[in-house]
Design a protein around this ligand. Structure first.
Ligand SMILES: *[C@@H]1O[C@H](CO)[C@@H](O)[C@H](O)[C@H]1NC(C)=O
Ligand SMILES: *[C@@H]1O[C@H](CO)[C@@H](O)[C@H](O)[C@H]1NC(C)=O
Ligand SMILES: *[C@@H]1O[C@H](CO)[C@@H](O)[C@H](O)[C@H]1NC(C)=O
Ligand SMILES: *[C@@H]1O[C@H](CO)[C@@H](O)[C@H](O)[C@H]1NC(C)=O
Ligand SMILES: [Zn+2]
Length: 451
């Protein structure tokens, strides 16, 4: 029992104030984070933002917007609220650049919403931003992606404090509803006059945590998302008879073909021949057929229609898009088998592929990002994102976007229980963000410079 009590008393406050040992019962209420972090104003602001429950669905954004407006006022950034859809505000903060020329602006993007939680699976309440003795701050959104938004603001606060100013405009933008597809946020913003007027050259958005020290993942593109519905029609009739070409028979041929393809793609990943980003992912998401009765389905009638839905994630090249379009039309839902198909959602451009942003030194925005990292002796690891983010809207609009969450040495817990961000790593990320804003904001050269 004694040793147990000792372990429980290991909070760092106690280590410092050992005379008060007896007063500190390191329960969830009493145990605090390391004193330096508890006292750090940047950490305090981060935790305040985490406590605002902007949780999907039906988010009330007002409290978050109010908090952020207060931050902008403190820091000295001008603000503008844009609302394409009622109750779905986009908050734009602007730091005017000093140049007289019409230099393209830098946009630092973060979404305000977070995904839902299963409260009982959490060690600490998910909107309390509890900090433990390691400095780990537990909250939904602590990684995805309130941390990134707060890094932008803290970095700007530091740079302003140093008397530094950008030559080109730096915008910080806070958007709604990324976690539900972004239709009412970036989905409206990216084709708007408001966005055009900002003359944006580069957007930074969320990326992935790096488990390592001294490296950052940078996502330069995303797989295309295709939500495919295929439909089979066929002869209907009594369940006791073999018909040719029943709807189910036609659908099962398609499913066999889809499964064979799925197995081949999965095998490429399992064998290590390809990375998950390089293959097509296809997963079944619904099967719909039959005639419902109050307690089940009619059991002696073969249905005349069968529908199946699939979530496809396709590497962003025109070749791959063409290849999949052909495969779907010819093998998965061929007209000759009385099948049809449609997409409920499909990311693509007129050219047929999802654009990516060039992740090498021929692109000044990449070069400058690399320079920022090198100031902290860190390297960049370019890669494709497996899931979707708002960056895809930006790239489809023809603007460069990199997904980088300046987080190292923290396990990725996006959408997971007990999502946390380490306070020290948050401070390190702010430093990286300072370097990025410095590099991007100081750059006055031509965008076509090859370095
Ligand atoms: C990163 O650095 C910290 C502090 O120096 C160290 O504790 C940790 O083990 C390092 N992580 C990795 C993956 O090397
Ligand atoms: C397609 O539907 C037509 C008309 O119902 C039918 O005659 C034909 O046999 C069907 N073919 C297949 C392959 O299902
Ligand atoms: C980066 O490495 C150089 C050379 O080893 C060292 O002098 C410098 O202090 C390091 N900078 C940081 C921020 O770690
Ligand atoms: C961030 O930068 C400041 C100023 O250079 C430095 O004092 C501090 O140690 C850095 N923090 C981290 C966590 O790297
Ligand atoms: Zn996110």
């Amino acid at each position: 029992m004694e040793s147990l009590r000792f372990q429980k008393l290991s909070c760092s406050r106690v280590r410092k104030l050992s005379l008060l040992l007896l007063l500190c019962f390191c329960s969830e209420i009493w145990c605090r984070g390391p004193e330096d972090l508890e006292q750090n104003p940047a950490i305090q602001r981060f935790r305040t933002y985490l406590r605002i429950p902007t949780v999907q669905p039906d988010v009330d954004y007002e409290e978050a917007v109010e908090f952020l407006l207060g931050q902008a006022k403190q820091i000295g950034l001008s603000t503008r609220r844009i609302e394409f859809v009622s109750k779905k505000p986009i908050l734009l903060m602007t730091w005017k650049g000093s140049s007289e020329e019409k230099l393209q602006s830098v946009m630092l993007n973060s979404h305000m919403d977070v995904v839902p939680v299963e409260k009982d699976k959490w060690k600490y309440p998910p909107f309390e931003a509890h900090m433990d003795e390691n400095g780990d701050i537990f909250a939904r959104g602590s990684q995805d992606m309130k941390v990134v938004g707060m890094m932008y603001l803290e970095a700007i606060r530091i740079l302003k404090g140093k008397g530094w100013a950008p030559v080109r405009d730096v915008h910080v933008v806070w958007v709604p509803d990324e976690e539900i597809g972004g239709d009412d946020g970036w989905g409206k913003f990216y084709t708007s006059r408001e966005f055009d007027e900002l003359n944006v050259g580069i957007v930074l958005d969320e990326g992935d945590d790096s488990l390592f020290n001294n490296s950052y993942f940078v996502n330069y593109g995303e797989k295309a998302t295709w939500w495919l519905v295929i439909q089979a029609i066929g002869v209907t009739g009594h369940g006791s008879i073999y018909f040719d070409n029943s709807a189910s028979e036609n659908m099962f041929k398609s499913i066999a073909s889809i499964n064979a393809f799925r197995d081949s793609q999965k095998a490429l990943v399992r064998s290590g021949e390809k990375s998950p980003e390089e293959v097509v992912v296809v997963n079944s998401v619904f099967l719909k057929s039959g005639s419902p009765t109050p307690d089940g389905f009619t059991m002696n009638v073969q249905p005349s229609v069968v529908e199946a839905g699939f979530d496809l994630r396709i590497p962003p090249s025109k070749e791959m898009a063409d290849f999949m379009n052909k495969r779907i039309a010819e093998e998965w839902a061929p007209k000759g088998r009385n099948m049809s198909f449609y997409f409920t959602f499909k990311t693509e451009t007129k050219e047929g592929a999802v654009p990516t942003t060039t992740p090498d030194d021929s692109n000044p925005w990449w070069y400058l990002l690399r320079m920022a990292a090198s100031k902290l002796n860190a390297t960049l690891i370019p890669r494709l994102q497996t899931g979707g983010t708002d960056s895809s809207f930006v790239r489809i609009r023809g603007v460069d976007a990199f997904g980088i969450s300046a987080i190292q040495n923290v396990p990725p817990l996006y959408h997971d229980h007990n999502e946390f961000m380490n306070g020290y790593e948050f401070l390190r990320g702010i430093n990286m963000t300072v370097e990025i804003v410095d590099q991007y904001g100081s750059f006055s050269g031509s965008l076509h410079r090859v370095m």
